[in-house]
Design a protein. Structure first.
Length: 131
């Protein structure tokens, strides 16, 4: 069964095991604002696959010697880069769509350069584009 990456299904003990951490570490990360797990109606934490991936990234940065504030800053910048990449991709696609629409709508409206020279040039024998 395939479930969405952000669907919160894991209790804290399972999430901690999947991330290779102690459950208390997850609570600390939540208090420090590095992680925001979903909550059940009863207030219990539930973690998603995206949360597990985030925990693993936190562990990777921590193992490189970074403190929690540095980790928060790096992860914030990574999220911003990801958002900007998505925005650039959308803008590129919009630009390509606009160029394609312009080309489609203007077919036949423009005269190719060689044809224009042959039809309207005063001295065609002087200009030879193939020589």
């Amino acid at each position: 069964m395939n479930r969405p990456h952000h669907q919160a299904v894991y209790v804290i003990s399972v999430a901690a095991e999947l991330a290779g951490m102690h459950p208390q570490t997850l609570r600390i990360y939540e208090r420090r604002g590095l992680l925001t797990p979903a909550r059940t109606s009863g207030g219990n934490r539930r973690y998603s696959d995206a949360d597990i991936a985030r925990l693993r990234r936190i562990a990777e940065l921590a193992s490189s010697g970074m403190n929690l504030e540095g980790i928060r800053h790096v992860m914030s910048l990574e999220e911003e880069v990801q958002r900007l990449r998505y925005e650039v991709a959308e803008l590129r696609q919009g630009l390509m769509d606009a160029v394609n629409a312009l080309e489609h709508n203007s077919r036949g409206a423009l005269v190719p350069l060689r044809q224009a020279i042959a039809l309207f040039g005063e001295r065609p024998s002087i200009f030879h584009p193939n020589r």
